[in-house]
Ligand binder design. Sequence first.
Ligand SMILES: Cc1cc2nc3c(=O)[nH]c(=O)nc-3n(C[C@H](O)[C@H](O)[C@H](O)COP(=O)(O)O)c2cc1C
Length: 282
Amino acid sequence: LKPTKKALIVYCSPAGTTRHVAQTMKDKIQELGAATVICDLGNRGDEAGIISEIQDAKDRTLLLIGSPVYALHAVPPVMNFISKLPEGTGVFAVPFVTWGGVSSGIALYEMGKALAAKGMKVVGAAKVLAVHSMMWQIDHPLGHGHPDQEDDKKIRGLISQTLDKLSGEKIKTIPFSELVCYPEHVRSEMEKITLEARKEHMPERKVDQNLCTQCQECSDTCPTDAITFSPFPEFGNNCIFCFNCVRTCPEKAIKSDLSEIENRIRTMAKEFAERPFTEIYS
Ligand SMILES: Cc1cc2nc3c(=O)[nH]c(=O)nc-3n(C[C@H](O)[C@H](O)[C@H](O)COP(=O)(O)O)c2cc1C
């Protein structure tokens, strides 16, 4: 037997909760004696380094890959990363998502499907409830206080079970069709909704030129490098509407009225009523 010696952890996390899950996984893996390499896709992580690790994977290498749910999907940086992975390496994979209590949509399902298409064996997965990242300005955001200690415990449990599984003889994989909690007709409707189309309905961001000092903090924190200066910040097409620029601007010069979208988000959460909030597949 060649137990897992190395786990590669890749994620995108504009608002930090997916990073928290990734970190919790990393700590548990190290506690169990395996090495980890971690890559933050939105923050100048070493993507190429991870891809070559996967290319040269030996023993039972594990790839854990995490995304927030945006408009029912995994975010573009994560899906783009998966599309660049080499095929047929036989690496084992665990996709995970954080979601803001509206709907986890088909994010896990499509990540699982894309990983399987690369010949990876999905051996676990997780969806984790998290505070809704469009609601940081309000008192009682959806997902308030999550991921909490119970969520963290479930994440550590997933890691123990997965490494256990990978040290066994017969390794059971999880079909990606199981990674979605909606019936097929809902799933196919969800496939038609895209973040690209939703962008039209996203709150506008306006730059107050009297306040902006062109400090570039917004572009530093932008996970898709979508901000250019001429001389004030402008938002390019690859913006994913994470609102990191609004959230982190030290002068509060980038403004966006998110109150108008709040009711819509809450209504959708009631309609979907998705349960359980945090779920581990193993
Ligand atoms: C543009 C945008 C779209 C979102 N769409 C959804 C969604 O469809 N369903 C949901 O439950 N949460 C949604 N959320 C909330 C995030 O999925 C959630 O807060 C996630 O944990 C953020 O991860 P991060 O902290 O790693 O950035 C959305 C957030 C943003 C900014």
